[in-house]
Design a protein around this ligand. Structure first.
Ligand SMILES: NC(=O)C1=CN([C@@H]2O[C@H](COP(=O)(O)OP(=O)(O)OC[C@H]3O[C@@H](n4cnc5c(N)ncnc54)[C@H](O)[C@@H]3O)[C@@H](O)[C@H]2O)[C@@H](O)CC1
Ligand SMILES: [K+]
Length: 537
């Protein structure tokens, strides 16, 4: 599904109104109705335990988000609820379509309480505490900068209520572009977002404030949604399955791609093994791990389905610069390479990595110590002969961009786009809601995965999987997107079986086949496919 910034959403609305003649008030009416239906669904769930008449508190601001709230209040009254509108602005400031809906509220005699200070909040407390649900229509995509003063207090007041909140378009206080909390934000159980999801709803912390996301059809002409150049793409089964071509009945294992994995150093043979097995499970036909020669015998005991290529090593048991020629030579006969897991930070090994990446003749996936080696001179990526995929976590991304990990996390969207633009490669920024940025493609947002996957070796499995998918002929951005989606899903399936806390990388490997089944064969997973998938239900 396409995902857009607030400004692109505004352009879409504008086109609908100007080019297609759909009146803004019609769009708003559809939005209002969807919000009311979302409240109704909460009532259906909780009504057994509640007294009647059921009360709903609708908090409105002065913009069009508030306009959606006024219209929702009208529908809620028509549905039989007792509604009060709490207005966090002066009535005279309400303009345009919002004013039309406000006037209807007044003529219907729906009580409107203007919130100007703490005493008004105290008066509102009684009704609010008896409400089974609230509507948050304070701020939508028109929010600019931090919320301060009394409006911030109103947000805190809503959160103190304890009843389920339905947010209109986006929880008030969440930045629609970054998902950041702008001073304070409403914690919603459900967010009814209009037309298309906004980026900030899917990125953390915004995603945790949004709750369940319902994408409301507000009657925007389909042509506009089809034509719009969306900044983002939410990964789902449909997107991922589209990357895979059907098997030819006479397929040979060579057709599924040869992967070369350059990994491991003394004490880190496991990283090499996990990346190798990730590639095998990721669907590579043949996998060979290039390993410091002293570790070859141990690795051969660890892995069965993977071949090994012993390479020259340093005194410390990591790859030496003398490995460059044989490694490049071997890569020529492969379809994709992964480099980095467990290579160590040895300076000579780092030099080997930089030279290898620049000259590697086939698509190359770079992770872990491979990225640490590149952070000394990231521009090597620009010189690389073949397309590259980098898979940093926030710390590694920070080193590549010469900023702190915190800075990367503050605006993950910009960080991943910057890495992609600066280094001319596909960049995967790992972490909750992994992002994949590729030149000339929308940035992909991955909804799968869970905190249990933050465990040693999980990233090595991912690296192997992406290389395998690239070797099978997927384009770099497709291989990266499919890799993160399937890897996260395998982790979700593993967590469902074993729990998040004891999850190990090997469990992810053991569930990759089920993740493939879900994506390619349409097998049902009983809600394991990530909450961001939920659209209209
Ligand atoms: N045709 C359209 O444009 C449609 C818009 N819709 C709704 O309209 C919303 C956008 O409406 P608006 O653009 O009017 O904006 P909002 O209603 O989101 O809020 C804007 C108001 O908040 C004030 N404000 C902004 N930042 C502030 C801050 N930091 N502190 C205090 N006040 C601040 C602004 O001065 C403005 O009055 C969407 O989120 C959606 O809910 C929907 O009704 C569907 C159709
Ligand atoms: K809102």
């Amino acid at each position: 599904m396409k995902v857009v910034s607030p400004s692109t959403m505004r352009d879409i609305d504008r086109r609908a109104i100007k080019d297609f003649g759909v009146p803004g008030i019609v769009l708003m009416e559809n939005a209002c109705r969807e919000v009311a239906v979302a409240v109704w669904r909460i009532w259906e769930r909780v009504k057994e335990n509640r007294r009647v008449p059921p009360k709903v508190a609708v908090f409105c601001g002065r913009g069009n988000n508030g306009g959606d709230g006024f219209g929702a209040a009208r529908h809620l009254v028509n549905m039989g609820f007792e509604v009060r509108v709490f207005l966090a602005s002066d009535p005279s400031e309400i303009k345009g379509d919002a004013a039309v809906n406000f006037e209807i509220v007044r003529r219907m005699g729906i009580p409107v309480i203007t919130l100007r200070g703490e005493t008004d909040l105290e008066k509102a407390r009684g009704f609010y505490s008896e409400s089974f649900a609230a509507v948050d229509a304070l701020f939508g995509t028109g929010l600019r900068g931090e919320i301060k003063g009394f409006p911030r207090r109103v947000i805190e007041f809503i959160n103190e209520g304890g009843c389920p909140v339905v947010a209109v378009d986006i929880p008030s206080g969440i930045c629609g572009m970054t998902g950041k909390v702008l001073g304070a934000a409403v914690r919603a159980e459900v967010t009814v977002t209009m037309g298309l999801p906004k980026i900030g709803l899917l990125l953390y912390p915004g995603a945790s404030y949004a709750g369940k996301i319902i994408v409301a059809d507000i009657g925007l002409p389909a042509k506009i949604l089809d034509d719009v150049k969306a900044e983002g793409l939410l990964l789902d089964r449909q997107v991922i399955s589209g990357y895979f071509k059907p098997y030819a009945p006479d397929a040979h294992k060579g057709d599924f791609g040869r992967v070369f994995i350059i990994a491991g150093s003394k004490g880190m043979t496991g990283a090499a093994a996990l990346a190798g097995l990730g590639a095998v499970r990721g669907g590579a036909g043949l996998v060979t791990i290039g390993i410091p020669e002293g570790l070859n015998d141990i690795l051969e005991v660890k892995v069965t389905e993977v071949m090994t290529l012993p390479l020259p090593q340093t005194h410390e048991g990591s790859l030496s610069i003398k490995a460059l020629e044989p490694a490049l030579d071997f890569a020529k006969g492969c379809d994709a390479v992964a480099i980095g897991p467990g290579l160590s930070r040895h300076e000579e090994t780092a030099e080997f990595v930089r030279k290898f990446v620049a000259e590697c003749p086939v698509p190359v996936v770079i992770d872990a110590d491979g990225l640490n080696a590149l952070s000394e001179d990231p521009d090597v990526l620009k010189k690389s002969v073949a397309p590259a995929v980098i898979t940093p976590h926030p710390g590694e991304m920070g080193r590549l961009l010469s900023v702190t990990a915190e800075k990367v996390q503050e605006n993950r969207w910009d960080a991943v786009r910057e890495a992609c633009d600066r280094f001319g490669c596909t960049a995967v920024l790992k972490g909750a809601r992994t992002l994949v940025a590729s030149p000339d493609y929308p940035t992909c947002i991955n909804p799968t995965g869970n905190p249990g996957m933050a465990t040693g070796g999980s990233g090595d499995v991912l690296t192997g999987m992406i290389a395998a998918l690239a070797a099978r002929g997927l384009k770099c951005h497709e291989a990266a997107a499919a890799g993160v989606y399937l890897h996260g899903l395998a982790g979700d399936l593993a967590a469902r079986e074993k729990g998040e806390i004891p999850l190990i990388a090997g469990d992810i490997l053991d569930h990759i086949h089920e993740a493939f089944k879900y994506v390619l064969e349409g097998e049902s997973l009983d809600g394991c496919e990530g909450q961001a998938h939920q659209g209209r239900d």
